[in-house]
Design a protein around this ligand. Structure first.
Ligand code: AHM
Ligand code: MG
Length: 294
């Protein structure tokens, strides 16, 4: 039974990097406990104009404060904060995070998660520069899916609060499961063609509305998660820095791919912290298929 701590040592993760990962990973317990008392909306909106659930602001404040106190972090960019939070200027690592992804599903007790990316230096870098990425998924189990740039491993949190290795060297199989955000009448011609092709080939549609949970099933079964450009929003809904880059890095590390429909989103250097992009992430063949449609 390998623990997350042992995996970090075996991967020769630098001490500060390992400590930051453990500090965030250890927030899964408190976050799970807080779900019951934080089921409502906070009455505020985030920088993307979305209603914030109480849990969004709670998880954001909790993780930000733990990182601030650690003195190990240079800056944090969070989906729930307008600006990048500058911390210890001499520290090496910066964090990008979506503290609680899929939060509209808390009320109905569907799976949600925490997405994290870690860069050396500043926050606004291409996803291919990530030093590490992981997500915690609060489902029937609490799992942590991680890559330090050397493949993907999945851990599960046990009753003693220790993350135990469930799977290593995880690879996304070629599969045809598909889940797409956006309303069908607002999809572009290109996206409609793509979804029709997949469905005609027997692809099964499964979409919960939680990016982390929807991606996790793609990681296990193969297929594609998409949040496309729509007629109303040419850049889709999801955020490049907090959501797409960490998940895209994990997909790439698992032998899959991530694209905006034309090229890899991992090569995009962000100019704004809250910028959005259309996204297709999953099995390599499924990503090649969308990129082939002109
Ligand atoms: P959130 O970070 O505020 O939860 O928003 C992102 C979520 C993703 O988890 C999910 O895939 C998508 O928004 C769902 O959007 P929609 O309800 O339009 O399908
Ligand atoms: Mg999100």
């Amino acid at each position: 039974m390998k623990t997350l701590q042992e995996y970090l040592s075996a991967s020769h993760a630098p001490e500060d990097l390992g400590k930051i990962i453990m500090l965030i990973a250890d927030q899964a317990g408190p976050i799970r406990s807080a779900f019951i008392s934080n089921q409502n909306y906070a009455g505020s909106t985030n920088s993307s104009g979305e209603d914030q659930a109480e849990m969004d602001t709670w998880a954001d404040a909790r993780i930000t404060s733990v990182l601030q106190k650690s003195g190990l972090v240079r800056a944090v960019a969070s989906e729930e904060q307008e600006d990048i939070v500058q911390m210890s200027s001499s520290a090496k690592y910066s964090i990008v995070m979506d503290p609680l992804d899929g939060s509209s599903l808390i009320k109905v007790n569907l799976s949600v998660g925490t997405i994290v990316g870690i860069y050396e230096g500043d926050v606004l870098q291409a996803g291919n520069q990530l030093r590490a990425a992981f997500y915690m998924l609060y489902g029937p189990m609490t799992t942590l899916t991680i890559s330090l740039g050397n493949g993907v491993s999945i851990f599960a949190l046990n009753a003693e609060g220790t993350y135990i290795l469930l799977k290593e060297n995880v690879k996304i199989p070629e599969g045809t499961l598909c889940g797409s955000g956006g309303l069908r009448p607002e999809w572009t011609e290109k996206h409609i063609r793509y979804m029709n092709e997949i469905e005609c080939e027997g692809g099964k549609n499964r979409y919960s509305g939680s990016f982390v949970a929807d991606f996790h099933q793609i990681l296990e079964y193969g297929g594609v998660y998409a949040y496309p450009a729509t007629k109303k929003s040419a850049s889709g809904k999801l955020r490049l820095v907090f959501e797409i880059n960490p998940i895209g890095f994990l997909a790439d590390q698992a032998g899959g791919a991530v694209s905006n429909g034309e090229c890899s989103t991992l090569d995009i250097v962000p100019t704004k912290v809250h910028q959005r992009t259309p996204v297709y992430v999953g099995s390599k063949g499924m990503i090649a298929k969308i990129e082939a449609i002109r």
